[in-house]
Write a protein that binds this ligand. Structure first.
Ligand SMILES: C[S@@+](CC[C@H](N)C(=O)[O-])C[C@H]1O[C@@H](n2cnc3c(N)ncnc32)[C@H](O)[C@@H]1O
Length: 256
């Protein structure tokens, strides 16, 4: 396992941000600015593969989301697609599923999508809150997930510690995020991710910045080995990583 420097904070650092608070503010403003086009951008830029990743992740946690009385929290839920995938996987089970995000604009869209995205069971609840400081008691949840949001936290270790705090003993966590595929496929993918995606993303979003930040944030994000070491030092007793689609994305799992 790699050594983790205790003194330095690892986390997202959008251009111009000088500390944890300004990084979080810049991230929130960035997502708020692209919220109206976020779903369209996601589906176009991922060729709709994002839907498979959310479903696959929700299926992995089926044993929890179908357990009557279970409590599930989807962090950095954005417009709610991971949250809805969990709700669909739960079918009619009486479980509590909440989505949390600190961008009000993203949550408004999530709430508006509830009616058409949930066929069985009750609609998820939506909470406006910072993933580093959540308004829930300790040991409250059976499952905490985050899809493509954890990478944007201004302090990864603080984010992991907050997830550990929220999970009841034996509870599980699933962090789905982008990775960096290796080999010849990785070389081709990097051309797309670093050259094509920022241009198309900026063009569709109509805002400069967020789609240049995306590849930079993936580059900054710890490699799987380091992330697993961080999970273990935060208090997860089991930690694993499963690559999705040749490692373009991947799921970190941990058990408290
Ligand atoms: C790339 S989007 C992912 C949305 C959704 N989970 C998905 O899979 O499409 C990242 C989301 O994380 C949210 N976010 C980033 N940092 C956050 C924080 N510290 N607390 C709460 N939400 C945060 C952003 O507002 C944004 O909506």
């Amino acid at each position: 396992m790699p050594e983790i420097a205790k003194s330095s904070i690892a986390g997202a650092a959008p251009e111009g941000a000088s500390d944890r608070d300004s990084a979080a503010r810049a991230v929130r403003e960035m997502f708020t600015s692209i919220a109206p086009r976020y779903d369209l951008l996601n589906h176009v830029l991922s060729f709709n593969v994002d839907r498979l990743w959310w479903c696959r992740t929700a299926r992995i946690f089926r044993h929890i989301v179908t357990r009557p009385g279970a409590r599930v929290l989807d962090l950095c839920c954005g417009t709610g697609d991971m949250t809805f995938a969990l709700r669909r996987q739960a079918e009619r089970s009486a479980v509590l599923i909440l989505g949390a995000d600190f961008s009000h604009a993203m949550l408004r869209l999530a709430r508006a999508k509830s009616a058409k995205s949930v066929r069985n069971g009750s609609a998820p609840g939506w909470i406006e809150a910072d993933a580093l400081n959540l308004p829930f008691p300790s040991e409250h949840f059976d499952l905490v997930t985050a899809a493509f949001g954890f990478r944007n936290l201004s302090d990864y270790d603080a984010g992991l510690r907050e997830i550990v705090r929220l999970l009841r003993p034996g509870g599980e966590c699933g962090i789905l995020d982008f990775g960096e595929p290796k080999g010849a496929f990785g070389a081709l993918y990097r051309i797309y991710f670093k050259k094509v995606l920022p241009r198309v993303g900026t063009w569709i979003a109509g805002v400069r910045g967020p789609y240049a930040y995306l590849p930079a944030s993936v580059e900054r994000f710890p490699q799987p080995e380091e992330m697993l070491a961080r999970m273990q030092s935060a208090g997860f007793s089991e930690a694993s990583w499963t690559p999705y689609t040749f490692g373009i994305a991947g799921l970190y799992r941990g058990r408290k």
